[in-house]
Write a protein that binds this ligand. Structure first.
Ligand code: SF4
Length: 263
């Protein structure tokens, strides 16, 4: 017997998904809402008529993050407009997130040049070396993120409840003591696992990369996104970040197994 869905089952699932997709992600053990988003992200990644399938997929995931973080967690944060002390640290992201960022800046020659320069300068440094180098992200303009709506998930999720701790870590070089609301961290983990599961189900590279090096590789290659979506390893020269911790790996594998028959 086939474990694939019948046409009627698929129609029913699409109706249920349409109800789930605009809502915040329920932070429960129920895999069904997560599976609805995974199916949707896979569908977006497989829409060749889109100008940038990766941008569509990541816009969905980051929008989901934003509407899922509970308001009390947002009220705890000390971050405010123009506060950019943390934008000297290393950002890691998946290839689709990098394509989303690249799509915002490709036409800005000065920004592209600044990214290539910064990637050569600090792209290969370790986390600690990068913190010590204190080189600001070239995407900052007048202390504001110039790609704010398209910033990577790591930047969306990196918030602090204590400005003094940020100043200590990022300006005085003291041991890291920044603290994030646990609800924000949990939502960040949930959407990252969802994205990884979708990339696996779409048979796409799901590694994490250092942002500046990945952007430099993408911005200097023709049709980078289309080639990556077709399976070409256009980020082969970029050092991948560490793999997901074992407990995440287990959840991602369960999500992949649960969703696979419906994709
Ligand atoms: S992408 Fe934006 S938020 Fe992230 S480090 Fe760069 S300037 Fe800061």
């Amino acid at each position: 017997m086939s474990d694939r869905l019948s046409r009627a089952e698929r129609r029913n699932l699409q109706r249920l998904d349409a109800e789930i997709l605009p809502r915040p992600l329920p932070m429960t053990q129920d895999p069904r809402p997560v599976a609805a988003h995974i199916r949707h992200v896979v569908k977006l990644l497989r829409t060749p008529q889109s100008k940038s399938p990766c941008s569509d997929a990541i816009a969905h995931v980051t929008g989901l993050f934003d509407r899922t973080v509970p308001e009390p967690a947002n009220r705890m944060i000390a971050c405010s407009k123009g506060c950019s002390y943390c934008c000297t640290q290393m950002v890691v992201l998946t290839a689709p997130e990098a394509f989303f960022v690249a799509a915002q800046i490709r036409h800005k020659k000065q920004t592209v040049a600044a990214i290539l320069e910064a990637a050569a300068q600090v792209g290969a440094l370790s986390l600690d070396e990068r913190l010590k180098a204190k080189v600001f992200c070239p995407l900052l303009e007048n202390a504001l993120c110039s790609i704010y709506a398209a910033r990577p998930l790591g930047c969306h999720g990196f918030v602090s409840t204590n400005l003094d701790a940020c100043l200590a870590t990022f300006t005085r070089g003291e041991a890291a003591t920044t603290s994030m609301p646990s609800d924000t961290i949990n939502v960040l983990y949930a959407v990252r696992m969802l994205l990884t599961a979708a990339l696996r189900l779409a048979s796409l590279d799901h590694a994490h990369y250092e942002m500046l090096s990945a952007l430099a590789a993408i911005l200097t290659q023709e049709n980078a996104e289309a080639r990556w979506l077709a399976g070409e390893n256009i980020l082969a020269a970029v050092q991948p970040g560490p793999p997901a911790p074992a407990q995440f790996e287990q959840v991602i594998s369960q999500l992949v197994a649960f969703t696979a028959p419906t994709v």
